[in-house]
Design a protein around this ligand. Structure first.
Ligand SMILES: Nc1ncnc2c1ncn2[C@@H]1O[C@H](COP(=O)(O)OP(=O)(O)O)[C@@H](O)[C@H]1O
Ligand SMILES: [Mg+2]
Length: 359
């Protein structure tokens, strides 16, 4: 993928231009009636922009409202309140007929692939083209081109049951791309796949984004998916977007407990409670956790400390690279004369985030 970096081929439209805009959007499901009536606020007051040309991740635990959020975009679920626009067109309050042109510009893929089992691979990919009224010759060419793109040219005549999960999802992607949408919605599109196949499908989605300039909204409960391909990410909890921003920023500085838990599910650089207990037992000096990464120089404070009899040991930590930026965290044990150790801690706090581990 590095060949396409850093200046990715410009997707159509200006960079940073808004493609999908949520303004105070809520979706309330009402079920039952009378005393059994129940309201579920599946999406709760969400304000968010998806930019043209980006891969936008939405992460959250089961029931957070992720699927509902994307189903609002293509009008599969009507918005209860607020404003939602796609390419400048208001989606809220539209009838099915009015939604048709908006939907033509949006493709979708699913966790369970949702292929037609009675149609061949080519037949599945051809289906939306038939519906859009393409003639036979153009359909044949387009299907061949799409199958080539997803690497399944030799499988055109197979039926879905003859394919692996990864291949099925490639068919799903080819079908979703058939009518050249500007936006692709992917709902847990790799959740049914093993880790290796997941990476293959994510790389294909990255090509869809970079080579075809298609904006992607990808929903997942796996932080690894976000880490691998999302430019920006929104963290959802109880229908709300509790945090959103560039993926790198969320990884480097998660602000909510939910985001911290997702980040620590893939970044094992910060000790958890059990690790801390063990560290406290094994180290008698002062323990501090410091953020490290590009542009953070902890060497200065540490060598100044050495001159005043302060020694340090790295007790825990790790550094990793995400989208060309390094970041991570180190847990340091500092030993030496108390005032000198205190001085080092204060100097470190001037160059980075420092958290003290209570003794
Ligand atoms: N059609 C529906 N009718 C009633 N409740 C629903 C419906 N769809 C989703 N919900 C509820 O909305 C909440 C969010 O669901 P969903 O968007 O599927 O979350 P996620 O995709 O994050 O797992 C859940 O409490 C779910 O039970
Ligand atoms: Mg879901």
């Amino acid at each position: 993928m590095s060949a396409a970096e850093p200046g990715r081929p410009g997707p159509p439209g200006r960079p940073g231009e808004v493609l999908v805009s949520f303004r105070e959007v809520s979706k309330v499901f009402r079920t039952g009636s009378g005393r059994a009536a129940r309201e579920v606020r599946a999406v709760d007051d969400v304000t968010l922009d998806v930019h043209r040309g980006e891969i936008f991740g939405v992460i959250g635990y089961s029931g957070a409202g992720k699927s509902t959020l994307v189903r609002l975009i293509n009008g599969l679920e009507p918005v209860t309140s607020g404003s939602l626009t796609v390419a400048g067109v208001e989606v809220a309050g539209r009838t099915e007929t009015e939604l048709a042109p908006v939907r033509r510009d949006i493709g979708m893929i699913f966790q369970q692939f949702n292929l037609f089992t009675s149609r061949t691979v080519a037949g599945n990919v051809e289906y939306p083209l038939k519906r859009a009224g393409w003639d036979k010759e153009r359909r044949r060419e387009r299907v061949a081109e799409l199958l080539e793109f997803v690497g399944l040219a030799s499988r055109a005549g197979n039926y879905p049951e003859q394919l692996s999960g990864g291949q099925k999802q490639r068919v799903g992607i080819a079908r979703a791309l058939a009518t050249s949408p500007e936006l692709l919605l992917a709902d847990e599109s790799t959740s049914a796949l093993d880790p290796e196949t997941t990476q293959e499908v994510l790389q294909l989605l990255q090509r869809v984004n970079r080579e075809l300039g298609i904006t992607i909204v990808i929903i997942t409960h796996e932080m690894d998916v976000v880490r691998t391909i999302a430019d920006r990410v929104a963290v959802m909890q109880d229908g709300r977007v509790v945090e959103h921003g560039p993926t790198v920023d969320i990884f480097a500085r998660p602000r909510t407990e939910t985001a911290r838990r997702f980040v620590s599910s893939v970044m094992h650089t910060v000790p958890d409670e059990r690790d801390l207990e063990r560290l406290r037992r094994a180290h008698r000096g002062r323990l501090v956790i410091v953020d490290v990464g590009d542009g953070i120089d902890i060497g200065g404070p540490l060598s100044d400390g050495a001159a005043h009899g302060v020694r340090f040991t790295i007790a825990y930590g790790g550094i990793s690279v995400l989208q060309e930026q390094s970041f991570g965290s180190l847990t340091l044990e500092l030993t030496g004369p108390d005032p000198a150790v205190q001085d080092v801690v204060e100097q470190l706090a001037r160059v980075t985030e420092v958290r003290e581990v209570a003794a």
